[in-house]
Design a protein around this ligand. Structure first.
Ligand SMILES: [Zn+2]
Length: 308
């Protein structure tokens, strides 16, 4: 089946009341992990590329072309989205490189500037049949190289107004999740009532949750047992993310849990077999751990498994 139009994939998710997982990839191995997970779970997925990944792969157009060719090998549908573009220019580059959807993040800008710049990129993208995700509200934590300390929750009426003014196709909202987690003693509270109010403003519209990995302490412990020194940061629990999906989130970005199990597996392998230096030997089990984690999210959090 390969790549499909974002609208077609979203329509299916909205009609069947589940969320699309959006997973950041940065290599053939991580792309395989997500696509193999999707195929095995009979789930659609959004293959994402971040600014960090763009730097990592050096040639975004080549990487996106590889993703396109790879997607053709699978029966379940995918689309390719560029995550968090900080500027209109970065969005245009992502479109030129072949992404089917771009996320413009103007959430740190004053409201009027966010509207104006989002509108500019929407006009540019729609002429090329490209989908645009925007963001209103602000999540705490790190996103690539930018750190935000305080959350600014999304106002439901403003969200509706923002969509009308800009014509954006999907909107990321802030209801309690965090980019990469924050310091704390327990899972972060997710404001489900707010999620419901936002969704009620525009039924059937794809609202998006960013920073929706959960950083379960047991995953951090597993990494640290292999010699890691990963800080016990907190995010929203998987149960609350699953509830937010039922409350109206239709795309969910979840990355750090995948990165964590990937690293744990590399550490474990190298600890157990210190004489081996063939990277293929430790990258394959790491890829499989990444894949298992994505499958777990599809089954337990997104409700996207068995949909295709
Ligand atoms: Zn994000």
């Amino acid at each position: 089946m390969g790549l499909k139009n974002p609208k077609e994939i979203y329509d299916h998710a909205i009609k069947n009341d589940y969320a699309l997982g959006a997973f950041n990839t940065f290599s053939l191995e991580t792309a395989l992990a997500v696509m193999d997970a999707a195929e095995e779970m009979r789930s659609p997925a959004i293959i994402q590329v971040s600014m960090g990944a763009r730097k990592f792969v050096k040639n975004l157009d080549v990487y996106v072309e590889m993703l396109r060719r790879l997607a053709d090998k699978y029966e379940v549908p995918f689309f390719i989205q560029h995550d968090h573009c900080p500027t209109v220019e970065a969005c245009k580059e992502a479109i030129e490189a072949g992404c089917q959807s771009v996320m413009f993040d103007g959430s740190h800008l004053p409201y009027e500037d966010n509207v104006e710049q989002t509108k500019e990129i929407v006009e540019y993208a729609h002429k090329r049949n490209i989908w645009v995700e925007a963001e209103l509200g602000c999540l705490p934590g790190f996103e690539d190289f930018v750190f935000a300390e305080k959350a600014v929750y999304t106002n439901p009426q403003k969200a509706k107004e923002f969509i009308a003014l800009t014509g954006c196709d999907a909107l990321a909202v802030a209801v309690g999740t965090s980019h990469g987690g924050v310091r704390g003693d327990d899972y972060l509270p997710l404001d489900l009532e707010l999620m419901k109010k936002i969704a009620a403003e525009k039924p059937g519209y794809p609202f998006v949750l960013h920073g929706a990995a959960s950083l379960p302490p047991e995953l951090i412990t597993a990494c640290n047992e292999q010699g890691g020194k990963v800080e016990y940061l907190r995010n929203c629990s998987e149960e609350s993310i699953a509830a937010a999906v039922k409350a109206g989130a239709k795309k969910v970005n979840m990355d750090v849990d995948n990165f964590l199990v990937y690293t744990t597996e590399v550490r474990k392998f190298l600890n157990e077999k210190p004489s081996i230096y063939d990277p293929r030997k430790y990258l394959k089990p790491a890829e499989e751990a990444f894949q298992r984690e994505v499958m777990h999210k599809m089954l337990k959090v997104l409700g996207s498994s068995g949909q295709y």
